[in-house]
Design a protein around this ligand. Structure first.
Ligand code: C2O
Ligand code: CU
Ligand code: CU
Length: 485
């Protein structure tokens, strides 16, 4: 590693493009367990700068686990780090026992063996820490990976599906390095969560990737702690949204941009058949972009140009060049992708209300969260900060419910374990077409309503969580526990 003189590390190499790394694929044969070992190492987030990091089966991030519906997948997590870690399968429909919440800490030197029954439709999920109070730093330092599920429908639908060629995992995260090349994580006094200044994809800054001259499928995952993105292409091309967190949309939705909050996944298909390169970028809403008539999202009393999650910051995310030698899928976009079977909402379904707050109890005009609201009481849900000893909600298995989530202060990605749900409306507007599929994380500026049904059990010992997916909000208590019986 070269000595660094002043300025930020790798300053002159910041513009050096490197080929986008593709996480190694790990598939279940059903016999030997898939092994995921957490350990420490060094990784070049910036070219030529060795940064101390942590990862699964390597220095940073983790392999892509790919499984099929119907499989029972033996898995073992091993912890060779010096601190305890809980690992959660975000988006998986499994029981609370297998969910990997904060009750399931793996001690240093310890391991957790489990068998995951895969009983849900094709989707792009992920795994990451869920350690009580430590999810933010552990994820930031490198613990995250894709968990992809395939099924008969995803096999048969004519879409690109060659992993690493025209079916690319795209994990977007922001990172800041100090002058010695170490990761900077400063979570104190950051109301909106910790936002860093450089964007990485699959662990590196300034990535480039050659893709075939045809359709290319991107599995976008916002794995950032707190940053929101508005993805679009540098040439403003139209692309198709094909999947949300929990599976395919019913049909491809043509869009020019897509907003993603921490924890969210979207699969998109981009057409490179005319050979012209393009860069995936993120930035403020463009007035030139003919929007789909949804109007801008504004919060109470905010300036019109105010946007949460750093959405007004502009970044180049990932450059694509076209290599005509690569095998290309040039079929037309399929017309139908899925049958969601959206149920008709019934008035007699239970309604559950959640109010997210992040101010002192006494500032919230009479909604007192009780005596002595110290620092850890300043964020929570329904007047309470997360308490491992409290079950906040009890849900009946197999029963459709309507969840009504409101925010008192700011914008939050609200996430629920053990399920996928269908959004009804956000801030009084019906859900947008590209978000009308199965979700497990939803943007709540003022209010979002969704319908949900839980099909697996979560006990008092191993309850599920609902929480804000801004990891600093989660770590500071904007989370609750619930059982399903
Ligand atoms: Cu992605 Cu409870 O987490
Ligand atoms: Cu989750
Ligand atoms: Cu939040």
């Amino acid at each position: 590693m070269m000595p660094l003189s002043g300025g930020s590390p790798g300053a002159q190499s910041r513009s050096t493009k490197r080929r986008l790394p593709i996480p190694k694929l790990m598939e279940s044969t059903g016999d030997a367990p898939l092994e995921l070992t957490m350990g420490a190492g060094e990784w070049e987030i910036l070219p030529g700068v060795a940064t101390p990091t942590i990862g699964f089966n390597g220095p940073y991030l983790g392999p892509t686990i790919r499984v099929r519906e119907g499989q029972d997948v033996p898995l073992v997590y091993r912890n060779t780090l010096t601190e305890a870690v809980a690992i959660h399968g975000h988006g998986l429909h499994v029981s609370g026992e297998l969910d990997g919440g904060p009750q399931r800490e793996i001690e240093p030197g310890g391991s957790w063996s489990l068998e995951l029954p895969v009983r849900q439709q094709a989707c792009t999920s992920w795994y990451h820490p869920h350690t009580h109070g430590r999810t933010g730093p552990q994820t930031y330092n490198g613990l995250a990976g894709f968990f992809i599920i395939e099924d008969e429908n995803s096999d048969s639908v004519p879409l690109p599906k060659t992993y690493g060629v025209d079916d690319l995992p795209v994990l977007v995260q922001d990172r800041t390095l100090d002058s010695r090349g170490r990761l900077v994580y400063a979570a104190d006094n950051v109301e909106d969560g910790f936002m860093a200044d450089s964007i990485t994809v699959n662990g590196i800054t300034n990535p480039t990737r050659a893709v075939p001259a045809g359709l290319v499928r991107l599995r976008l995952l916002n794995g950032s702690n707190a940053r929101y993105y508005r993805f679009r292409f540098s040439d403003d091309r139209v692309f198709h949204a094909i999947a949300t967190d929990g599976g395919f949309l019913e049909e491809p939705v043509p869009v020019r941009e897509i907003v993603m909050l921490p924890g969210e996944r979207n699969e998109i298909v981009v057409d490179f058949s005319d050979g012209s390169p393009a860069t995936l970028v993120s930035g403020p809403q463009q007035s030139s972009v003919a929007n789909t008539g949804r109007g801008d999202r504004r919060g109470r009393g905010r300036r019109d140009d105010w946007e949460p999650g750093g959405l007004t910051d502009a970044f180049e995310i990932l450059e694509f060049t076209v290599d005509p030698q690569l095998p290309a899928v040039r079929t037309p976009m399929p017309r139908q992708l899925n049958d969601i079977g959206r149920p008709t909402v019934r008035r007699d379904w239970p309604v559950r209300r959640f109010e997210l707050f992040m101010e002192d109890a006494d500032r919230r005009g009479g909604r007192s969260a009780g005596e002595g609201g110290g620092a850890h009481r300043s964020m929570g849900i329904n007047g309470l900060a997360m308490d491992m000893g409290v079950i906040n909600e009890r849900v009946r298995r197999g029963q459709w419910e309507r969840w009504d989530v409101r925010s008192f202060d700011g914008s939050h990605p609200f996430h629920v374990h053990g399920c996928s749900f269908l959004v009804l409306n956000q801030d009084g507007r019906p859900v947008a077409d590209e978000a009308a599929g199965w979700k497990d994380t939803v943007r709540v500026d003022d209010r979002a309503e969704f319908i949900v049904r839980f099909d697996h059990e979560a006990t008092d010992e191993y309850p599920y969580m609902y929480h804000c997916h801004i990891l600093e909000h989660e770590d500071r208590g904007m989370m609750g526990q619930f059982t399903v019986t």
